[in-house]
Design a protein around this ligand. Structure first.
Ligand SMILES: *[C@@H]1O[C@H](CO)[C@@H](O)[C@H](O)[C@H]1NC(C)=O
Ligand SMILES: *[C@@H]1O[C@H](CO)[C@@H](O)[C@H](O)[C@H]1NC(C)=O
Ligand SMILES: *[C@@H]1O[C@H](CO)[C@@H](O)[C@H](O)[C@H]1NC(C)=O
Ligand SMILES: *[C@@H]1O[C@H](CO)[C@@H](O)[C@H](O)[C@H]1NC(C)=O
Ligand SMILES: *[C@@H]1O[C@H](CO)[C@@H](O)[C@H](O)[C@H]1NC(C)=O
Ligand SMILES: *[C@@H]1O[C@H](CO)[C@@H](O)[C@H](O)[C@H]1NC(C)=O
Length: 493
């Protein structure tokens, strides 16, 4: 009952306050950035019958406690209290007079601080109507510092395939707090951490976590920070160093006795590039007629049975060593093609021979005809009537006819044969890739090598960054390459 009565009295009081036409007009909310200037409007609507304004008081309300900011009195003048003295003033010159006019007591806050974030009451004390007041909520924004950084300029893809943070995006000391999102084709995860500061700002930090690999190299990673309605984006391109991915090219399964100039090439995809290629023959030493140039084995002279064996190429870069392998066997005769291919091949051969003979014959005939006409014209230029000249066209026509006839029907067959051969090859690749994911009997050996490499990583991580002109990178990369990749990172950071 007592409570009901209390509420009724309150409502009645509110009614009285709102009534009689007098009211205090203010904005409901205002906002500004730290350091900016903001106006808090306060206008007294003094309708009939007019009342006398005894005093105007501005108060800051924080945590339920009120603090006086400024007071204006028609008799005593105006007063702005500390700590607002330096930054708060009445907007209207008339208010600052010795006998102020107090209809518009708007105040101006200059160089806003986070601590100004509060509600402000503008209260009019009047006679005989009593007090009239209104409130404005002042919100102070702090623009965050946003930046994205790569964890390290170069990331090393380790054999352990462990996840690691590759980039960090931070939006520091923002009010309100920012939202961080990532945009990338990488298959990674983002972590999120929020820190609330005492001054009401929030620092948001997100790490991008991924398993570095050959596939993640050169991938773009974009951090999107949304602060209020602003969108801030920053991108980096990952520079991932990885072990060589090795394959041996050159063995076409058709190395027969006395074939000339065969070769094997060790191809490796690696970052940084491969600096050392090492060739070995399993269960033996390389044949004596072999010449090694960079990543290629040139077999001088004709093929012999001595060339047979399992060839191994170790490719090494700053990150590690991986192995490519190919089984070479030697046949006595060129490999017979499969039955359909063979028939087509023979047919193609016959056609090709026919074509060559045909072309040769026509070339010969044209040549002879030209010689003949030339000798004729040379000898009897004046004697010969122009009637002789139309003679050459017929063989020419014949020639082109023949060629056209042959190409349309038969050259296609030769092409088909070739295509078929090319399609057959990928089914049985001439090399074994030693990627750890594909466990072949040989992986044991390179793996024992990985362990040694793991020990080196610690040194290499830092060494690789510092030493662009290191001898390691000089053999196959120009130092320029490394500088270029580092340059890319600096640009994008
Ligand atoms: C002002 O802020 C207070 C407390 O934060 C809130 O309850 C009130 O609704 C706000 N008023 C307006 C007009 O936004
Ligand atoms: C507001 O009140 C809370 C507890 O009610 C206190 O922790 C906080 O420090 C106060 N803030 C200010 C600015 O007084
Ligand atoms: C808020 O607090 C943080 C942490 O103490 C500080 O780094 C930042 O500069 C402050 N922001 C403002 C606007 O004072
Ligand atoms: C190669 O040598 C190993 C032992 O050193 C042996 O087990 C293997 O059979 C040999 N392979 C060939 C093809 O000779
Ligand atoms: C081997 O590499 C060197 C420099 O790296 C290059 O000048 C040379 O042409 C290469 N030789 C062959 C056969 O590729
Ligand atoms: C050569 O090796 C391939 C595959 O390793 C095998 O299919 C083929 O029969 C071998 N040829 C000879 C002549 O040993």
């Amino acid at each position: 009952m007592a409570m009901c009565a209390g509420i009724w009295i309150l409502l009645a009081a509110l009614h009285v306050q709102a009534g009689d036409g007098q009211m205090v007009q203010m904005d409901s909310s205002k906002s500004g950035f730290v350091g900016s200037q903001v106006e808090l409007r306060c206008i007294f609507i003094n309708s009939n019958p007019p009342v006398k304004i005894s005093q105007v008081t501005w108060q800051k309300v924080l945590n339920g406690t009120k603090q006086n900011v400024a007071i204006a009195n028609p008799a005593l003048g105006v007063s702005v209290l500390s700590p607002f003295k330096e930054r708060v003033s009445f907007k209207q010159a008339a208010v600052r007079h010795r006998t102020p006019s107090l209809e518009d007591t708007t105040i101006v806050f200059s160089s806003l601080q986070l601590s100004d974030d509060a509600a402000y009451i503008c209260e009019y004390t009047t006679f005989p109507a009593g007090n009239r007041e209104n409130t404005v909520n002042l919100t102070v924004f702090a623009r965050p510092m946003t930046r994205m950084t790569l964890t390290t300029p170069t990331i090393v893809a380790r054999a352990s395939k462990r996840k690691m943070t590759v980039a960090t995006c931070v939006s520091a000391n923002g009010k309100p707090q920012s939202v961080i999102k990532w945009e990338t084709r990488l298959k990674g995860e983002a972590t999120l951490q929020e820190t609330r500061n005492q001054n009401g700002t929030v620092t948001v930090r997100s790490n991008y976590v991924v398993v570095p690999s050959r596939e993640t190299h050169k991938q773009k990673l974009t951090c999107i920070v949304t602060y209020r309605s602003e969108r801030i984006t920053d991108s980096v391109v990952l520079n991932v160093q990885y072990e060589p991915e090795v394959k041996i090219e050159g063995f076409d399964k058709n190395w027969y006795l006395n074939r000339q100039n065969v070769q094997l090439t060790c191809r490796a995809d690696a970052n940084p590039p491969v600096t050392i290629y090492q060739w070995k023959l399993l269960n033996g030493s390389l044949p004596s007629n072999v010449e090694i140039k960079n990543n290629t084995l040139f077999f001088k002279g004709p093929v012999t049975y001595d060339l047979a064996g399992t060839y191994v190429c170790d490719a090494t870069n700053g990150i590690g060593t991986r192995t490519g392998i190919v089984d070479v066997n030697i046949t006595e005769k060129p490999m017979a093609q499969g039955p359909p291919g063979g028939v087509i091949g023979i047919l193609g051969g016959v056609v090709a021979i026919g074509l060559i003979v045909g072309v040769a014959v026509t070339v010969f005939m044209v040549h002879r005809r030209q010689q003949k006409t030339r000798t004729e014209t040379d000898n009897d230029l004046t004697d010969l009537p122009p009637a002789h000249k139309p003679a050459p066209p017929p063989p020419k026509k014949k020639n082109s006819d023949m060629k056209g006839h042959l190409t349309s029907d038969d050259i296609q067959v030769v092409h088909l044969d070739k295509d078929e051969e090319m399609q057959k090859l990928p089914l049985q690749p001439p090399y074994y890739d030693m990627a750890p994911s594909e466990l072949t009997p040989f992986t044991d050996k390179p793996n024992s090598g990985h362990k040694d490499c793991d020990v080196q990583y610690a040194e290499l991580d830092t060494a690789a960054l510092a030493s662009s002109p290191s001898p390691r990178s000089s053999a196959h990369t120009g130092p320029g390459d490394l500088v270029e990749t580092l340059g890319v990172i600096q640009k994008s950071c």
